[in-house]
Design a protein around this ligand. Sequence first.
Ligand SMILES: [Zn+2]
Ligand SMILES: [Zn+2]
Length: 243
Amino acid sequence: MTQRGLADLHLHTSFSDGWPSPAEVVDHVTLHTSLDVVAITDHDTVEGALRAAEYARSTLSPVVVIVGEEVSSRHGHILGLFLERRIRPGLSAAETVEEIHAQGGLAIAAHPFWRTERMATRFRGPVHGTGWLAAELDFDAVEVENSTPGLGLANRLARRLAEATGLAAVGGSDAHILPAIGKSATSFRGRSARALRSALENCTTRPVRSRYEVSALLRYAAWGINHERVATVSAQLPERLRA
Ligand SMILES: [Zn+2]
Ligand SMILES: [Zn+2]
């Protein structure tokens, strides 16, 4: 039987709003995880991903780095994998998916049911995910496991979306800190980027997730104080309790 590999398809670095540098991500994945493949998907840039891929090659890391981007479309975040150049934010979701495919990339509906009302940071639009609109677009996969704390219900809805559309179901940590890397991941037959790609195209990927240690949750809380997770929480508070 062919061995199964493990990929984390959704990671951020200091080139957007993540804390670790691309080199720190690659070192951490190499030394402390069992991941075979990682996709670096910073918000609206491929620079961090290109650096990570170059660093992995130059240090002879066994980890394969896929160049990706989490594109802020007008209708929500969309992950592009196997990219060659940046896709600009602000396009419609349909145009964004088209641009990803035009480069030979694959398009994934990121955390489709993570919705907030407010504009939070320059990396974030008023909505995080494309919601049910994803069912009408030419996506290659749906992210059904995202490890951002508190997304349990959103992940369950995303699973329904994947089942309803028959698209590949994947997991990605959406890590912005090192201990979150690999908390959600995608299992696939084989170990290489090429094998991952064909698993996505043939809808044979399997999402997997593991629990956070308390220390990792505390670190995530510290990261969230500086970022849009605060807006996510405040958006759920009754109007009168908001600052
Ligand atoms: Zn996102
Ligand atoms: Zn993300």
